[in-house]
Design a protein around this ligand. Sequence first.
Ligand code: ASP
Length: 412
Amino acid sequence: MTKRSGNFILFGMIAGAVIGAFGGYYLPGFFTSISFLGTIFLNALKMIVVPLIVASMIVGVASLGDVRKLGRTAGYTFLYYLTTTALSVIVGLVMVNLLQPGTGVEQLGSDVSDIVAKGEGKTLVDVIVGLIPSNVVKAAAEGDILPLIFFSLLFGGILTSLGKKGRPVIEFFESLNLAIMKLVTLVIYFAPIGVLAIIGEIVARERDSVQDLLSRLGMYTLTVVIALLIHAVITLPILLRIFAKRSALSYFTNMGQALATAFSTASSSATLPLTMELVEQRNKVDSRAASFVLPLGATINMDGTALYEAVAALFIAQVYGIDLSLGQQIVIFLTATLASIGAAGIPHAGTVMMVLVLKAVELPLEGIGFIWAIDWFLDRCRTTVNVWGDSIGAAIVGNTKEFRQTPPVHGR
Ligand code: ASP
């Protein structure tokens, strides 16, 4: 795809989002009836995710060449994930303490017993056990990304150790990878219509909560949005500048289609095909780094989600009039980070993980009901920041000496 057609599509997506937002509000019937167009777009993205992850990770690991290099790349990647997640939670905690959005807000709520039930069963041990798939095909069929990543990493590593015998299989996955990326380009052409339909349908469905968004929960929404903006516009660009020597503005414009897709789908995983395409093709990040950092990042590096969890937990405490000590806020800091790692890259996953955070400091789980009404909006905002954080991570890891020493691979 040329730069020009890429910009044209980005413009179409933004126009689609704006028309969808107004159209959904004023013509809810019509936009509900065309919601199937959004489902087609979403399905097309999800259709690509599984083969994309398997092929790109196997090729990525195989092209790194040696296990020590993989170890160091993994080290940088996790260091980046943890540092940025921690920074984002700190920004969230500072903002919610400063702005006090929950003070004086009446208790309001919707029934969230099913969300609480979903989140209650989760423990950290489950997350770790879940990494190892008992059945790879089942994991693929259920779109369970982490176990697939685990398998692909292992498989790619083993292939390189086979020498000549491993070559045909690596070449097979290289071709598969190429074909999948071409598919991504095709799907992107449909993105403006997809975005229009998705945003139109969600606004049509959530029309009534727009009132909440602006009034009762206005200050809370504002706190989350301001904190997300500080992280996305100040913290991450500074890191990009220092460690990847790149300008955030051009990096951001090149990522536009992926960020718009993240906002409309509220899913980092569904956005992954676009994130990979744009990071590699438009931002010219070494594909060996991108194919490691991005799939993993889509499920475990969620700066926006971590920030959101911290702000939401303190907001709930403020509404109930519960004062949290510094120690308890540190517990929130830690659990929000863990919850964001454990949350899947799908809509509302972060809200389900709120149960973990609230339980850790013994806040009432019904508190999730206060914030549920506008989760459809904040989920989109935090997902966009999640994807932005992943793409910057790819540039930073791609600029480490592991990759600078050997010629870049933009092999698609
Ligand atoms: N929807 C988010 C994502 O896919 C996860 C969350 O709910 O925070 O990145």
